[in-house]
Write a protein that binds this ligand. Structure first.
Ligand SMILES: Nc1ncnc2c1ncn2[C@@H]1O[C@H](COP(=O)(O)OP(=O)(O)OP(=O)(O)O)[C@@H](O)[C@H]1O
Length: 651
């Protein structure tokens, strides 16, 4: 069999086994129709780079592919194809292919569908996005900002950080000092470390510096995250000195809305040709922003606009390709500041910052440095907030999140040494030896879930409410619903969304909290909680919005109620909602940007590549008051905490 036939046979098999998506196997033949390519190795690399994109990687690292192909790809590549991955053969194939643009300098314009640069193979679109992000950041970091305002920056900082004591480094003040002197800055930190507080103080300083005409835009990746920021920003403004509160916006939009998303179009209304009318743009929950969205944002910013990203670098990366915030924040704990950056920050703290850097230079080219430890240009614009004001030393949730981040398995296990034994706001549930280990047989989980969801389901029968109070009733049900949420790691399987949604609905029905039509358990019924899976511009509902099905007291018919960003309640006919899913169980991915008073994270009974430290950390940090870990098998939880998300990128 010729090499091309071998490859074609494998592509068919991989598609049938679903190790590759149809788009991955079809990409090379589509390209071949446009530009003939006879080298089967190019076909193989082309479908592998597409496969990696589908798994969230911006590129395929060729050397890693040669050394550990199965690990890199997430499936076993047949041995005869592994033999093809010989360095010289790959280099020659890429050099000679009309599909591949081999980059000598990053400045060349891209005309081919694939790009090979610095040992990485990209789909051209992803390469352009990565370059766009890196260049926009570099230009902004190098853009000088005059530090000659009156009153001086130190004086302005004193005004907004009046309560600050000098016993340790005040990273919030330093974050403001950094962002007031750079056109690009990242403020990263765990939950409750004061990212919103800090950015509001920064905006107050910028207002004083540049006057009332400063145009500020605030955005977040999802409607839910935008609504949360709107709420916390108003609180933070109220805590500012009264004279500095004026003119700080409280309206937060979604990134899609800010950029002007258009139905069925990839491009946005705002771009290089039609930039955003803004002097300062703040983006919260930046860990959820994927590479292409970040590139679209950078592209839409006028050259002089200041960009500030807020987010928790330890959270799960975006659903789409890239892990932009995580990549940019590598080394943020150590600071890794150059001597210039240290000189810029040192005047604003009485404590020496020498331990946080001091190298003479940093890698200013985005692709120049492979060294993990080398300071990057991004480090020069990043400040990490280190103290949680919400989850202090006495908080189980805070301690648990920190132990997970540190991979401290000893303190995460059950037993007397465990954090679960030491704090009342966290607990660990596992099936007892008598139980079968199946979800539907797990009595403690059943009790917890029925109790938890009773908070809102106990209110859904109040349909005799006065008409005027109809929206108020819906709002109360929606608020009660946010008090408890079951989170899961996987979509499929008995411990995933699908399995648990069914089990939970059965439990709630047995408890008399919901009633489904006999034999039609999948249809609509009062109390069914749903999440919108796709932006719906006609209904103005965004991917991630959660609604509850209620019987409309006006008509007696079922309607789904949603709370909109402006606080208004929307009543929607169930038949108009095509892309929704029941969310008694919600994936951790989909829960990003949301917070629930009591969060229950259910870990499955088998290890899976999706189970990572970032996923566990994100699940825990969704809880504001109480957290329950449900571990069908505790060993799986321990293994997940040791497994890190690795996404290839050149940032
Ligand atoms: N320096 C500080 N001193 C005392 N309390 C603070 C300080 N900074 C923030 N807080 C308080 O900590 C809480 C969390 O602050 P904030 O909302 O700014 O944090 P965040 O990092 O934005 O949180 P989130 O996890 O919601 O993103 C608020 O109640 C705030 O008032």
């Amino acid at each position: 069999m010729s090499a091309m036939n071998t490859l074609q046979a494998w592509l068919r098999q991989a598609a049938a086994e679903r190790s590759l998506r149809p788009i991955d196997t079809e990409l090379p033949s589509t390209l071949h129709k446009l530009e003939a390519e006879e080298n089967p190795l190019c076909w193989l690399l082309c479908c592998l780079v597409s496969h990696q994109y589908g798994r969230g990687h911006s590129c395929l690292r060729i050397e890693e592919l040669q050394h550990t192909p199965d690990f890199v790809l997430g499936f076993a590549l047949p041995d005869d194809l592994k033999l093809w991955l010989e360095p010289k053969a790959i280099a020659a194939a890429l050099q000679q292919s009309d599909w591949v643009q081999c980059m000598e300098k990053n400045t060349e314009s891209v005309e081919k569908p694939l790009v090979y640069a610095a040992g990485r193979l990209y789909l051209a679109r992803l390469w352009k996005a990565e370059q766009g992000v890196a260049e926009a950041i570099q230009t902004r970091i190098q853009m000088p900002i005059a530090n000659d305002s009156e009153p001086p920056l130190a004086e302005l900082l004193k005004r907004v950080f009046a309560e600050s004591n000098d016993s340790s480094i005040d990273w919030q003040a330093l974050a403001c000092a950094m962002a007031a002197q750079r056109k690009f800055a990242i403020i990263t930190g765990g939950p409750g470390t004061g990212k919103t507080t800090t950015v509001v103080r920064l905006l107050a300083i910028l207002r004083q510096k540049y006057g009332d005409n400063l145009r500020i835009l605030l955005a977040a990746p999802t409607g839910k995250a935008a609504a949360r920021l709107t709420e916390s920003i108003s609180g933070a403004i109220n805590r500012l000195p009264e004279t500095m509160q004026k003119g700080i916006p409280t309206e937060v939009t979604t990134l899609h809305k800010m950029l002007g998303a258009r139905p069925f179009r990839r491009s946005f209304k705002h771009s290089g040709e039609n930039p955003l009318p803004a002097d300062v743009v703040v983006v919260d929950e930046a860990s959820m922003v994927d590479l292409e969205m970040m590139a679209a944002l950078m592209n839409a910013l006028p050259a002089n606009t200041q960009l500030i990203l807020l987010g928790d670098k330890d959270q799960l990366a975006s659903v789409e390709a890239g892990s932009v915030l995580g990549d940019l924040c590598k080394g943020a704990e150590e600071g890794r500041y150059s001597t210039n950056t240290l000189a810029m920050l040192q005047p604003y703290t009485p404590h020496s910052l020498a331990a946080f850097g001091g190298s003479a230079s940093y890698a200013s080219e985005s692709h120049a440095s492979e060294g993990e430890e080398a300071p990057s240009m991004y480090n020069q614009a990043t400040v990490m907030l280190r103290e949680s004001h919400r989850f202090g030393a006495d908080s189980g949730i805070g301690n648990l999140a920190r132990a997970v981040n540190a991979g401290d398995i000893q303190r995460l296990r059950g037993g007397s040494e465990s954090l679960f034994a030491a704090f009342a706001d966290i607990e660990l549930l596992s099936p007892s030896a008598k139980e079968s280990g199946q979800a539907n047989d797990f009595a403690a989980l059943r009790k917890l879930v029925v109790q938890g969801y009773r908070a809102y389901l106990g209110q859904i029968t109040e349909s005799d409410t006065e008409m005027v109070a109809r929206d108020q009733w819906a709002r109360e049900v929606l608020t009660a619903h946010r008090s408890f949420q079951l989170l899961v790691a996987l979509r499929k399987g008995p411990w995933g969304v699908q399995g648990l949604n069914d089990v939970v609905a059965d439990w709630l029905e047995s408890a008399g909290l919901i009633t489904r039509a006999p034999g039609r358990t999948k249809s609509w019924y009062a109390g069914r909680p749903v999440m919108v899976q796709r932006n719906n511009y006609t209904l103005n509902l965004m991917n991630g919005d959660i609604g509850i099905t209620l019987r409309d007291p006006e008509t007696g018919k079922l309607r789904v109620v949603f709370e909109q960003a402006d606080g208004r309640i929307k009543w929607v006919l169930p038949s108009r909602l095509s892309d929704v899913e029941t969310v008694y169980a919600l994936t951790v991915h989909k829960s990003q940007g949301s917070e629930f008073a009591h969060t229950v994270l259910v870990m499955p009974d088998e290890i899976n590549p999706v189970l990572t430290r970032e996923l566990v950390y994100t699940g825990i940090t969704r809880a504001s008051k109480r957290f329950t870990l449900v571990a069908a098998k505790p060993a799986v939880f321990a293994q997940a905490v040791q497994q890190r998300v690795i996404r290839s990128s050149g940032l």
